[in-house]
Design a protein around this ligand. Structure first.
Ligand code: SAM
Ligand code: SF4
Length: 342
């Protein structure tokens, strides 16, 4: 059995594929109000190109694939891509991160095509606030999408929430409470500076430690051991059906557990979310290289994975946050999250 190991002995078996940089929402922390100029159809990888890359990656040891974007459900005929990837030898888990706007329409089809699970991003259960955060989104549609996803068996459903001080932090406890009576995995993602959006600042930022403390006022959080979580840390509130997770890009070491590489919609391999290093796959593919060259480039991207983004070595939390903001902004300035595939 092949396996991809980087220079720090991390096994890389997870590929995150951004299949579009277009989106039907404009979340305040992710996009400017007018959106981001999307790549043209020719600029992004075709399904055939994506399928070829995934097949070669699976041959090297990639077992898990996540489709993301932009909004992956807004790309036409995504069921074709799902069924093609799902059939591939070596792929054990195929999931998607979506804003849920089109889930009601597509949940059944994507489940039938072979998608295993969905992560749905929801930052508020208050319709007016949801509309403000997403600049126009309709919460009802997304809630109906969640129901449809459950019915279609796309489980466990993970809900991604980005807590922002003064905007939705008063809902953190309600989000966590959801796990008491549903099997949802509710994951709190630390807000990261996005290269193209002038939104992030220390006033708005909430650390995972603070979020955890807020949640622990309702019940103790018991760590959940899982075989491999990558950068997420999982807990269960006492007697809860579901799980609470934390993704702390800025304040906690998660690099040592990193198991992934990313491919952008326009065909660049991104070894690390926080590094500008990218390897172009699209140009060589379109100039006719054979599979061994794609294999070499995928292996090279794994070799280029840095040990970490080194933002955790700073002494105090405040210093950490302040330094992070400029460093990460610098790192991510070329591509916003919607173009990398968050
Ligand atoms: N459009 C889909 C969605 O929103 O789920 C998939 C792409 S989106 C870039 C993937 C995830 O990244 C979402 O959960 C979103 O909340 C998160 N995200 C985007 N910008 C972020 C930021 N600046 N900080 C933290 N998370 C962010
Ligand atoms: Fe679109 Fe997802 Fe970014 Fe929101 S977070 S603007 S839904 S890509």
């Amino acid at each position: 059995m092949n396996s991809l190991k980087d220079n720090f002995l991390r096994v890389i078996d997870y590929l995150r594929l951004s299949i579009t940089d277009r989106c039907n929402l404009r979340c305040i922390y992710c996009m400017p109000p007018d959106g981001i100029f999307p790549s043209s159809h020719k600029e992004i990888l075709s399904y055939e190109e994506i399928i070829r890359i995934v097949r070669i990656a699976a041959g090297l040891g990639v077992k898990k694939v996540r489709l993301t974007g932009g909004e992956p459900l807004s790309r036409k005929n995504v069921t074709f891509l799902i069924s093609s990837i799902k059939k591939m030898k070596g792929i054990e888990d195929l999931s998607m991160t979506t804003n849920g706007v089109l889930l009601e329409k597509y949940a059944g089809e994507i489940a039938d095509a072979g998608l295993d699970r969905v992560n749905v991003s929801i930052d508020s259960f208050d319709p007016a606030r949801y509309r403000d955060i997403t600049r126009g989104g309709d919460l009802d549609i997304v809630l109906r999408g969640l129901e449809a996803a459950e019915k279609a068996g796309l489980k466990p459903i993970k809900i991604n929430m980005v807590p922002i001080k003064g905007i939705n932090d008063d809902e953190i406890i309600d989000f966590a409470r959801l796990t008491l009576f549903t099997e949802y995995h509710v994951r709190f993602i630390e807000c990261m500076p996005s290269g193209s959006v002038d939104f992030w600042n220390t006033e708005r930022y909430i650390t995972t430690d603070k979020i955890k403390k807020m949640i622990e006022t309702i019940a103790p959080l018991e760590p959940v051991r899982a075989r491999k979580n990558g950068p997420s840390k999982y807990y269960r509130l006492k007697d809860a059906k579901g799980i609470v997770g934390f993704i702390s890009a800025l304040t906690h070491h998660f690099c040592e557990d990193c198991n992934r590489i990313r491919i952008t919609a326009d065909g660049k391999i991104r070894p690390c979310l926080f590094s500008e290093t990218e390897i172009d796959l699209k140009t060589p593919m379109r100039s006719g290289v054979d599979d061994s060259e794609i294999e070499r480039l995928l292996k090279l991207s794994v070799e280029l994975k840095p040990k970490g983004h080194n933002l955790n070595e700073l002494p105090s939390e405040v210093q950490k946050i302040t330094s992070c903001s400029s460093l990460i902004a610098q790192h991510s300035k070329k591509r916003p999250m919607s173009k990398i595939g968050g």
